[in-house]
Design a protein around this ligand. Structure first.
Ligand SMILES: Nc1ncnc2c1ncn2[C@@H]1O[C@H](COP(=O)(O)OP(=O)(O)O)[C@@H](O)[C@H]1O
Ligand SMILES: O=P(O)(O)OC[C@H]1O[C@](O)(COP(=O)(O)O)[C@@H](O)[C@@H]1O
Ligand SMILES: [Mg+2]
Length: 319
């Protein structure tokens, strides 16, 4: 293998730039020519390849977003779209492809791999929702961003004796809500994996007020999809002024944390090393503190499960 390419796909995540840097520099170190694909699978179909040198990834490891841009591309879901992409790679003489993205992007990478392109996935999504890895790049930064926002809301909630329902991202996964909620000391955390009985949420708000608490914070994962409704019911039933805040895309930006930089650097280099060793059709991941690789087929087959011990602990600390 002489030429490889790297692309970012799906929702961007802090640490994607760090991963691109690691792929490019490790690739050059291993004697490869490395190309960046602009705009994810859309750019793959268009043959939008840029040769990357050592300097092209200078001064990016601390920046949020992705210098290669990211897209969601419907054409690539079709066989025709995939054929076009394969043709572009062949014409450019590129035989290995590293995809930094989420589960959807890996479905695409798996299809390319089945058609002869040596593809490797690096888990890059703030949601931490991929099976086959305990961690996805961007999660730590997103949690800290959400936590910082919740801490600030808590200040004003306390001054005005208000209840806040704060909706965080995560698609169908409750990881961001669980971590941010636990670390913020939320009264209740509502996640798709364990939708709390609304009566229990109301009880916790009322018990807190009786103990003299000046505010209540309820963190809801977007996957529950009921932030507004929950806010209305709490206000009606408790009589406490209740506000609903949706944190939104704010959570996807910002400079990656040290942990995200470390993980994306390690995973980026590992992806290159696997290609050089002739291994493909796998995603890189972290399991029990070790870098591992798992066949796409296996990783995509299982639904990721959330460790509920943390959830139970959070509940026991806010009674
Ligand atoms: N089943 C699939 N087959 C081929 N390509 C897919 C498939 N699912 C997703 N993709 C490609 O991956 C892109 C990103 O997927 P998406 O689910 O939006 O984000 P993420 O990778 O972050 O989960 C899609 O826009 C599409 O181009
Ligand atoms: O940016 P968009 O298209 O509005 O998508 C929002 C979604 O993207 C995410 O931020 C990240 O999800 P993906 O990594 O799967 O793309 C989700 O938390 C959220 O549901
Ligand atoms: Mg996803």
């Amino acid at each position: 293998m002489k030429k490889i390419a790297v692309l970012t796909s799906g929702g961007d995540a802090p640490g994607m730039n760090t991963a691109i840097r690691a792929v490019v520099r490790r690739g050059i170190f291993k004697g490869l020519d490395v190309y960046g694909v602009q705009n994810g699978y859309k750019g793959l179909i268009a043959g939008d390849f840029i040769p990357m040198d050592f300097k092209s990834v200078g001064d990016i490891l601390h920046r949020g977003g992705t210098i290669l841009q990211s897209t969601r591309c419907d054409e690539f879901r079709t066989e025709e779209g995939q054929k076009k992409a394969i043709e572009q790679l062949k014409n450019a003489g590129i035989s290995g492809l590293i995809v930094v993205g989420g589960d959807g992007s890996f479905q695409g990478a798996n299809k390319l791999n089945a058609q002869g392109v040596a593809a490797i996935g690096i888990p890059g999504t703030i949601d931490n929702d991929i099976s086959g890895t305990d961690y996805t790049i961007g999660f730590d930064t997103a949690v800290n961003t959400a936590l910082d926002a919740i801490d600030k809301i808590r200040d004003t909630a306390s001054s005005h004796e208000r209840t806040y329902v704060i909706e965080v991202m995560g698609r169908n996964a409750g990881d961001i809500a669980l971590w941010a909620g636990m670390c913020a000391g939320a009264e209740s955390i509502i996640i798709p994996e364990a939708i709390d009985d609304i009566e229990d949420v109301i009880d916790r708000v009322q018990r807190g007020a009786k103990r003299g608490k000046k505010h209540s914070i309820i963190v809801v994962a977007e996957g529950v999809g009921k932030g507004d409704e929950i806010g209305k019911v709490i206000e009606e039933r408790t009589g406490f002024e209740t506000k609903v805040t949706i944190l939104g895309h704010f959570q996807r930006g910002g400079s990656p944390s040290a942990y995200d930089r470390m993980m994306s650097t390690q995973m980026g280099a590992k992806a290159v090393d696997l290609l050089v060793d002739g291994i493909a059709g796998v995603m890189v991941g972290l399991r029990n503190g070790q870098l591992v690789h798992t066949p796409f087929e296996e990783a995509l087959q299982y639904k990721r499960t959330l460790d509920m011990t943390t959830y139970d602990l959070a509940r026991s600390l806010s009674i």
